[in-house]
Design a binder for this molecule. Sequence first.
Ligand code: SF4
Length: 695
Amino acid sequence: MAEFHYRSCNLCEAICGLEITHENGRVRSIRGDRRDPFSRGHICPKALALKEIYEDENRLRRPLRRTGDGWREISWDEAFDETVARLREIQARDGRGAVAVYQGNPSVHNFGTLLSSGELLKALQTPNNFSATSVDQLPHHFAAWAMFGHPLLIPVPDIDRTNFFLILGANPLASNGSLMTAPDIVNRLEAIKRRGGRIVLLDPRRTETARAATEHHFIDPSSDAFFLLAVVHTLFAENLVDLDRLAGFTDGVEILREISKAYTPAAAEPLTGVPAAVIRRIAVEFGRAERAVCYGRMGLSTQKFGGLCQWLVNAINVLTGNLDRAGGAMFTTPAYDILAATKGGAIYDRWRSRVRGLPEFMGELPVAALADEILTEGAGQVRALVTSCGNPVLSTPGGARLERALEKLEFMVAIDIYVNETTRHADIILPPATGLEVSHYDVIFNLLAIRNTAKYSPALFPAADGARYDWEILQTLARRLTGKEEMGPVAPEARLDFGLKFGKYGLSLDKVRAAPHGLDLGALEPSLPERLFTADKRIALAPEIIVGDLGRLAAELKKTTAPADEFPFALIGRRHLRDCNSWLHNAEVLMKGKNRCTVLVSTTDAEKLNLRDKQLVRVASRTGAIELPAEITDRIAPGVVSIPHGYGHARAGVRLATAARRAGVSVNDLTDPETLDELTGNAAFSSVRVSVKAV
Ligand code: SF4
């Protein structure tokens, strides 16, 4: 007889509630759980992939060892023994830094991984620690740390109560919200308009979100800092700065006033492509709105001035009194509060990368430096790599070069469920149980959610015979490395229960488990200054370390603004609702339909280049070239082209379904690891200069 199972989807940040019908160990259907108080029945097509991942024949269930001509299944003990022996031997010979670690984006969607990976890092004690954080979100953490004292104290747009939602470089209708967990985003945005509010979007592309917005304006890629500074300028010029109760614990307002004097809307117009009158009007409307919030995401974070942009987004919310106010940008108080177990303080520039001298932040180095650390000979060279749920060959800048670097490693171990573009270079692959086989509690995305909620999802199916969970793999490696193997791995539920009991709501795992559809713990509430982690419990509106980066922005002005003839276009990324970076492409249900890996070219540019729709074109940059079909559209600004990320599975040796291997090319064969946001170390994918030519 069919049974129902309720859980949160952990495939993206929205953590939608699912109702899964199953019978005799097979999934019959996956629907949105209408009784989930947060997602209210909403799901997206990606949720259906959970069934396919569970049944996927390409998914690994036993450890693999690379042989001369392929792969051989080995036992867990053999896999652990060899991995630990090789890592120990390399570190003993060449030092701690000879082993690097890369953790991919799925790590934060799995509380077992998240709560256990620290143990492995502690065992390895390597300075060469990398993750997907420096791919797209370091600027948020950096601004939060510099202004509020903790890199995880990131303000979340309170979109259920706002009347003015100013969005830059974000497409929540495709992402379902990012660093803003907001399931059912479509209806939440519609509700803003129904209550008479406005949604104003600036993006070089007229995205899915533009259709939901009340107005959309094209903005030149990577010029957002100039737009935001002009907004700040206008707020001061029009006497719209009113910090309200924040004035009692905010420093730096006058510094910001001085800084913004030079950045008039008129000065911003030629740099951003947004008319001065439009910038001024948006700033005035924002300043006068009763409840307003400014939010910027990928387009702002993955550019050369990401740190400045996220600082200015926060600053605009502070200057208008909209930080920590209903309808503005608020802080969560989650039931399991990971902030209580982590720290702010001195977490920047404690060491630097060996080759390029890039500073660490939060214990990590920018992943754009990883290939250099492997390829550049000398003391401290990276000789071995541990990857956990990551595919940096497709997801980090200069993927083709990184791939060449992986070939040079002495040893690589990958914790992953597929033989993909990255793991095919591993000596050993350790595949964890996944998806419907694991329990779930969202430790990270409840911290970034627009409401306080709590939900625990038990595993639906047992792990395959002999399979191990992520936390077992990570803890076993750590304990064998440190000679403490007699201590067995501990399930993350124990830590979760402890955290819930000491959390604000006095919950426990049993209490949360008793509510299978989830607990609604209420709307976000003002929490400042108590929630601040700065030593003086004050907001630093003009932190020196960020203000100092304005010199780099000013220097940008002095550079010629004429695009180089060789590479006349600015390349930006994009994401489709059916894509989740590189990691769901083996699910047929998500891959069917028309080819999504196209380069968007504006109608104006297509005419100049004499291109036809669907024509194969060659897109080239300083670092590489790829070929893919053109999609000609008026939905992108002239001079800008857009390619989605996460594709490029056609490489030899990748064990994915045919549909995945046929789908597209990797945009990261074009991106440039040399170009970073120098302040934060985040990769700068946005505005890579490229040429487009018919093949
Ligand atoms: S929006 Fe995200 S969390 Fe919701 S069903 Fe889709 S993939 Fe899952």
